[in-house]
Design a protein around this ligand. Structure first.
Ligand code: TRP
Length: 333
């Protein structure tokens, strides 16, 4: 039986947050364990330059994110792990798909509107084209399932629309992928503003936990986490976003359900809950650091893994791209 193709990606910008780990990478590593799945995980480094990057920092981030994915358990022998920019088929398919995507639908995308407001001095074409490149990433491999955060669901919907549109014109070219959103922890919130997502580019002190933070720093950030003036420990994201966020983090870090965690924490003071959550986070990410440091000390090895991933990804991508080009009417040689 053909394996299910699973595709996801993360941008190597800012820092790898606890939210990235809980909301994405932790999930990826369990999906890759299922032998019925062929997973592809990419560093979406083409997407990253839609916001201006300092070259040196960009390169550092890319290597660092790649090493972190490996340190956190993405296994190059089980998954295809690679840099998006190394597989040129992504850019090529993005161009082709551009010609099947309307300016109107792109200008209505929530993320485009948000980022345009945030980077009003640099509303470049890439920012608007971002969802088409993402559609190319996904459609290039005949992907069946796309693990994504809630904030990327709109982009996935567009990828599906584009696939259906192309199929309506040319027949069966692309698989129409399904999204997959985590049940628990799909969206980890800022520790300082629990109504906003924990974002890798948020400059607010103590709002964001990096998976590379020292234990003492993690403890301090959780101790300062914004909660409410109540004393009840209940899971109610609407009315108690801060406490609910802490409970979600605790549940994921300990592998327990929200209900179990709520029952266990019943009667705890908020201050003690925060310490308990911090300890659970520290324990969970403790093993990453040593592995990460070892990998970062061996750039030659990281590049070797990247080449291996690139070759495997490109081999899978080529037939899909060719099929589409042939259907459009290109002369293939
Ligand atoms: N846009 C995604 C994010 O920022 C990253 C991404 C790029 C992605 N290409 C993708 C996610 C393809 C899933 C599938 O989170």
């Amino acid at each position: 039986m053909a394996k299910k193709i699973i595709y996801s990606a993360i941008q190597p910008s800012g820092i790898m947050t606890l939210g990235n780990f809980i909301g994405a990478v932790n999930n990826w590593r369990s999906i890759q364990e299922n032998p019925d799945n062929q997973c592809l995980f990419a560093l979406a480094d083409l997407h990253t330059i839609t916001v201006r990057q300092d070259p040196e920092q960009f390169r550092k981030n890319a290597m660092s994110f790649f090493a972190l994915l490996m340190a956190m358990g993405i296994d190059k022998d089980k998954s295809i792990l690679y840099f998006q920019s190394h597989v040129h088929e992504h850019s090529e398919l993005a161009w082709l798909l551009n010609c099947y995507t309307y300016v109107g639908e792109m200008s209505r995308m929530t993320q485009f509107k948000d980022k345009s407001a945030k980077h009003s001095d640099n509303i470049n074409m890439g920012l608007m084209d971002y969802p088409v490149l993402m559609a190319a990433d996904i459609l290039l491999y005949g992907t069946n399932v796309v693990p994504v955060g809630v904030d990327q669901l709109q982009h996935l919907e567009i990828a599906r629309d584009i696939a259906v549109r192309v199929n309506n014109i040319y027949g069966d070219i692309f698989n129409v992928p399904e999204g997959m959103v985590n049940k628990v922890g799909a969206k980890i919130m800022s520790l300082q503003d629990p109504t906003a997502k924990m974002s890798k580019s948020d400059p607010t002190p103590n709002a964001v936990v990096s998976v590379l933070d020292d234990p003492a720093v993690i403890l301090k950030k959780f101790k300062k986490a914004v909660t409410d003036s109540d004393t009840n420990i209940i899971y109610d994201p609407e009315n108690k976003p801060g406490i609910s966020n802490l409970l979600t983090i605790l549940a994921v870090c300990t592998g327990k359900s929200i209900e179990d965690v709520v029952a266990e924490c019943d009667g705890l003071r908020y201050g003690d809950l925060k310490i308990r959550v911090a300890d659970a986070v520290i324990e969970m990410i403790r093993p990453f650091r040593a592995k990460y440091d070892a990998l970062m000390a061996d750039e030659a090895y990281l590049l070797e893994v990247a080449r291996e991933g690139r070759d495997k990804a490109a081999e899978l991508a080529r037939p899909y791209l060719e099929k589409f080009k042939r259907a459009i009417g290109y002369v293939l040689i």
